[in-house]
Write a protein that binds this ligand. Structure first.
Ligand SMILES: Nc1ncnc2c1ncn2[C@@H]1O[C@H](COP(=O)(O)OP(=O)(O)OP(=O)(O)O)[C@@H](O)[C@H]1O
Ligand code: SF4
Ligand SMILES: [Mg+2]
Length: 369
């Protein structure tokens, strides 16, 4: 197998990475160097999506403004599996909706940019965005029962996505939907095609929603807590399915979860969010073995003690203390009230991001600022 292909299939640092003389010869050198430096081959050229310093505020009519995203940045490379980890209210879904430019009308983009395949999403007209949503960026929502129309057969709902974006005959579309149903694990697709959502189990509905999301072979799929309503064994099956689809079609996935154990077996890289900010980002080995930020350390410690039952879904335990109120401006570190390593400087000055390790960035005064 050519070395370029090998590098594309195994873009993570650490796995069998060693510089040998054969690496230093021939055209594969650049690719192997990129891999050694924790870059995929594509990363050396361009990112798939780039969120830069994005700030978003919700302005509810009858309430105070909520600063849901505060200078959040994230890069997603082609074919990459990226996890977004954070407690409830940390801004994960706001970031996901922003990536699709689907924030509710009471949301205001304060600053920052979102680029997707070189295009500035915040500057695109709605007609252009409609062509991108579903075809190039797709969403797998948390609640499949709500995502599917109860009055329409599930096959027709998948076909509808194809009809909106791909030119094909009705018959070809039906065949394509059946192929998609097979791809997501249904041995006999025809009865599923003709079923209504209420006739399917929760796991089956989730598979249908995945088929719908990947129907047009998007470059980026966002799974917002897509398995949180499933029991542990079903969750593992769905995660394996999404990983397989990602690898087969080289689709990038952004997987959102409040539970590190969900991301552990799935993603290559994790971005940790707290109070609308990215507080740490690194490859999966770094986040689980060498977390830097005290918040990440607390999440990883809890995940080591947390054993979800195979049959029932146990809620991931909470860290002591409450996340901050996002209605006011936070000076310094938002995690300070809960942080066992808090110093005086932590609430006095604004934080900047640092890169203490090559592949890991963090916002914490412990690592210089
Ligand atoms: N439409 C809205 N109007 C006002 N505030 C909102 C709105 N949507 C979200 N928020 C607030 O913005 C903040 C971030 O919410 P978001 O839903 O992005 O968090 P999350 O990390 O996805 O949480 P969860 O894990 O519970 O889904 C929260 O404080 C939330 O209450
Ligand atoms: S900046 Fe200070 S308060 Fe915040 S996580 Fe680091 S040590 Fe704790
Ligand atoms: Mg959410």
């Amino acid at each position: 197998m050519p070395r370029v292909f090998v590098a594309r299939l195994r873009p993570r640092i650490g796995r069998g990475t060693s510089v040998t003389w054969s690496w230093l010869t021939g055209p594969a050198f650049v690719v192997n160097w990129c891999r050694y430096m924790n870059f995929s081959a594509e990363c050396a050229t361009e990112s798939l999506a780039l969120v830069h310093e994005l700030s978003v505020t919700y302005l509810p009519d009858s309430d105070q403004p909520v600063h849901a995203l505060d200078h959040a940045s994230l890069e997603i490379r082609p074919g990459e599996l990226v996890g977004i980890l954070g407690e409830s209210g940390s801004g994960k879904s706001t970031l996901a909706a922003a990536l699709l430019k689907l924030l509710p009308t009471d949301a205001r983009y304060d600053s920052g940019t979102i680029h997707f395949r070189g295009r500035d999403l915040l500057a695109l007209p709605e007609t252009a965005l409609r062509r991108i949503r579903g075809a190039e960026i797709a969403l797998i929502p948390q609640e499949p029962a709500l995502a599917l129309n109860p009055a329409i057969r599930v096959g027709d709902q998948i076909a509808e996505v194809l009809r909106a974006h791909v030119r094909m005959t009705r018959r070809d579309r039906t065949t394509r939907v059946e192929e998609l149903l097979i791809e997501v694990g249904f041995d006999r697709p025809r009865p599923i095609y003709h079923a209504y959502p209420h006739q399917l189990s929760g796991g089956q509905r989730q598979r249908v929603v995945i088929a719908q999301a990947v129907a047009c072979r998007p470059k980026l799929v966002i799974a917002d807590e897509a398995t949180s309503k499933l029991d542990a064994s079903l969750q593992a099956e769905i995660i394996a399915l999404m990983r397989e689809i990602s690898q087969r079609h080289r689709m990038a996935f952004v997987v959102i979860s409040h539970d590190p154990t969900v991301l552990a077996g799935f993603v290559d890289r994790i971005a940790v969010m707290y109070a609308g900010r990215m507080v740490e980002e690194g490859c999966i080995e770094d986040i689980f073995r060498r977390p830097l930020h005290p918040y990440t350390q607390a999440l990883v410690r809890l995940s080591a003690r947390y054993l979800p039952s195979a049959r029932t879904r146990v809620r991931f335990p909470a860290i002591d203390g409450e996340p901050p109120n996002l209605t006011g401006r936070i000076v310094g570190c938002p995690f300070a009230p809960r942080c066992p390593e808090r110093m005086q400087v932590c609430t006095e000055r604004d934080l900047r991001e640092t890169t203490p390790r090559l592949s890991q960035r963090v916002s914490c005064f412990k690592y210089g600022n």
